[in-house]
Structures are given as structure tokens and as C-alpha cells.
Design a protein around this ligand. Structure first.
Ligand code: ADP
Ligand code: ZN
Length: 346
């Protein structure tokens, strides 16, 4: 299934339920360079053989850096890349973020597209046009918004996806359900990670509905002036947990969503929402507790670019299926963190 969507920064061809080979309908392999990471390069070597070149970056979030981007650019130069050369990011969110960033700035922009290979990449990271790298403790501090020309979905890549990475992807899927779709939340709560791993059709349908939800928001607000902010549910505190304790992104977002529910309870959310969320997270093998240092988390939150001296814009839940942006004083967050620690360790 194929369709294209036009955003302010470009038109994207969505190739759902597709195969890697369908790339041949888009570009000439001899004028296309694959960017991938060390894990995927190792497991899919033969798939990449006929392309002009393969640039492999080391796997892992810590390599989503300006140093890696600069090394990729140097390698592109060595390949005599022209304005017509395609750059194709084949991998998880780290790869597509770096590939998109490099391709959109190299020679002021060369054509690029993505083949997301992780569940998280398929439902979230590859979609929406955000490209970028981390700097120090600040995630995605340097980057831009520019849509890829295509996103190709070949779910057969998921056969080699490690267990932990499935959980990571499901954290974002649960997030979509919490923020936009109560019916989906009920469905996810009835199933578990094993069900979707064993049912490719159910998984494809699930991926497609996430793609649709994210695209609907990005079409309405590509530059994140309003509605797109809701996609950050669980991410403000999540990024702090992730950075401080080197947690996988999805694990941290799951914990961030629990904290967001605790804070939301102070503004009227029923406590059953947090309990339902915790039960759902467990079904997808995501943690619901963490021993953390409250003062260090507060330190990071106070540095967040969405905040000012004594408050921060936070995504709050009204009920499962509906979220809002609200400015929350830091002392309310600090107080909720105490409750979270208590809830976690008792
Ligand atoms: P994200 O969670 O944003 O997709 P990464 O790009 O770091 O983050 O991908 C997560 C991890 O999963 C990385 O170690 C990556 O090499 C690995 N990975 C991604 N896709 C596959 C796949 N299809 N098979 C095996 N490993 C994969
Ligand atoms: Zn996320």
C-alpha cells in the first residue's frame, strides 16, 4: 500500500506493507548510499551489496552525536556523492536521525529516505521529519525538520529485533493510546508483547494505526507549535531518567508516563489511569519502578528547554485517550517525584 503526504518541509511517499526490494522503484542502487549501524550491517550484509556504498555507524544512542555525523559526511565526500545521490537510512531511530540530519545539510541537501528496522523506528522515530543529534546531556539539541522523500516499511526486519527493543517500541505505542485513543488502549491491555510478536497481521495493523496517528498530528503541526507537543507525553521526565541512568528510551518513557499520571492526578485525573497504565506497561515487559535521585532529576528538568525559572510546560492526561499541555510549577513536580519514589519502593 502506497500513498503520499505533503508537509511544509516535503512530500513523503509512505510505502506500507512493502519489501526492501521495492527501493528499486525509487532509485538506482548504483547512485544510492546506505547508512546503517553495526548491528544491522552485520546481519543484513547481503541485502546491501549492490548499492554504491554502505556507511556503517556504531550502534547505540551514545553515537547519535556530531562526531558520528561528521564522520559520515567525510565518508560521503570520499564516495564522490553528488546532489543526485540518494541517502537511505536503514535502521532504528539513531540511524534515521543521523541519516536525515546529514542528508539534509550535506551540500545543502541531497535526496533521502528511510527504511526503519526497529519497532520504535516504524511507529515513531522515522516519522515526522525531525532529524538531529544529541549534545552532552541534551537530547536532540542540534537538528532540523525536513521530511524524507519516502519511508519504506518491511516488517520482516523485525525477525531479528532483540526482545528489549520490542518493549521499547511498545512504550511509544502505549503512549499513542494514552494520548489519543482509548479504544486502542483497551485493546493493548487485553493483549501482550507475545501476541503481537506471534501475529504479524495484528502487528501490521497496529503499526499502521500508529503511523496514521502520528501523521495526522504532524500534518496539523509539523513545527510543534501546538498539537505535536502532545507526542511528548512521558518524555520530559523520561528524557531525564534516560540521560541520568542510561535507560533504554522506551523504558524511560514508560516511567515518565507514570510520573505524568501522578502529576495529572493533582489536577483531576482519576488514579485508575495510572494503575491501568502500570498494568499495560508490565504486559509489554516495561519497568514501572526506578530507584532514582530526586535532586538530580530535578536539576535536569530545570535545564529543559521547555521550562522557565519556576515552571515547565508538561503534557498532562485528562483521561486515557486525551492529553493537554499545561504549565506546571517545579515544586509540584518535585512533590510528585517524592510520591513516585514512595510508590516505587513500597
Ligand atoms: P531506536 O530504539 O530509536 O530504534 P536504535 O537505532 O538505537 O534506536 O535501535 C535500537 C537497537 O536495535 C540498536 O542496537 C539497533 O542496532 C538494533 N536494531 C534495530 N533494528 C534491528 C533489527 N531489525 N534487527 C536487529 N537489531 C536491530
Ligand atoms: Zn520517544
Amino acid at each position: 500500500m502506497q500513498y503520499s503526504l505533503t508537509f511544509p518541509t516535503g512530500t513523503v511517499q509512505y510505502m506500507l506493507h512493502s519489501h526492501f526490494e521495492a527501493l528499486d522503484g525509487i532509485c538506482d542502487r548504483k547512485q544510492a548510499i546506505i547508512i546503517t549501524d553495526s548491528n544491522i550491517a552485520g546481519q543484513y550484509k547481503s541485502l546491501f551489496q549492490s548499492f554504491q556504498a554502505v556507511i556503517t555507524i556504531p550502534a547505540g544512542e551514545k553515537n547519535k552525536s556530531l562526531t558520528t555525523a561528521s564522520s559520515v559526511i567525510t565518508q560521503l565526500l570520499a564516495q564522490k556523492t553528488t546532489k543526485k545521490t540518494w541517502i537511505i537510512g536503514v535502521g532504528g531511530g539513531v540511524v534515521t536521525d543521523i541519516a536525515g540530519f546529514v542528508a539534509s545539510v550535506y551540500m545543502r541537501g541531497v535526496p533521502f529516505g528511510f527504511v526503519p528496522t526497529s519497532l520504535l523506528g516504524m511507529v515513531d522515530a522515522a516519522i515526522g521529519g525531525k532529524n538531529g543529534v544529541n549534545l552532552g546531556l541534551q537530547k536532540n539539541l542540534v537538528g532540523n525538520i525536513k521530511q524524507p522523500r519516502f519511508i519504506l516499511y518491511d516488517t520482516s526486519f523485525l525477525k531479528t529485533l532483540p526482545e528489549k527493543e520490542w518493549s521499547n517500541g511498545f512504550a511509544e505505542i502505549i503512549k499513542y493510546a494514552m494520548v489519543f485513543d482509548e479504544r486502542l488502549f483497551t485493546e493493548l491491555s487485553k493483549r501482550d508483547i507475545g501476541y503481537y510478536r506471534d501475529n504479524p497481521n495484528a502487528l501490521s495493523t497496529l503499526i499502521e494505526s500508529c503511523v496514521n496517528m502520528k501523521n495526522k498530528i504532524v500534518l496539523a503541526d509539523e513545527q510543534e507549535g501546538g498539537a505535536r507537543k502532545l507526542l511528548n507525553f512521558g518524555h520530559t521526565a523520561g528524557h531525564a531518567f534516560e540521560t541520568l541512568y542510561q535507560l533504554p528510551h522506551g523504558y524511560a518513557v514508560g516511567l515518565g508516563m507514570i510520573l505524568a499520571c501522578i502529576i495529572s492526578e493533582k489536577y483531576g485525573l482519576h488514579s485508575s489511569a495510572k494503575n491501568k497504565l502500570a498494568i499495560a506497561l508490565l504486559k509489554y515487559q516495561l519497568p514501572i519502578t526506578l530507584d532514582f535521585d530526586k535532586s538530580r532529576i530535578m536539576e535536569i528538568l530545570r535545564l529543559d528547554k521547555k521550562g522557565n525559572a519556576d515552571s515547565i510546560d508538561f503534557i498532562m492526561l485528562q483521561h486515557i485517550g486525551e492529553a493537554v499541555v499545561r504549565n506546571i510549577p517545579f515544586d509540584v513536580i518535585e512533590n510528585s517525584l517524592s510520591y513516585f519514589t514512595y510508590a516505587s519502593s513500597h
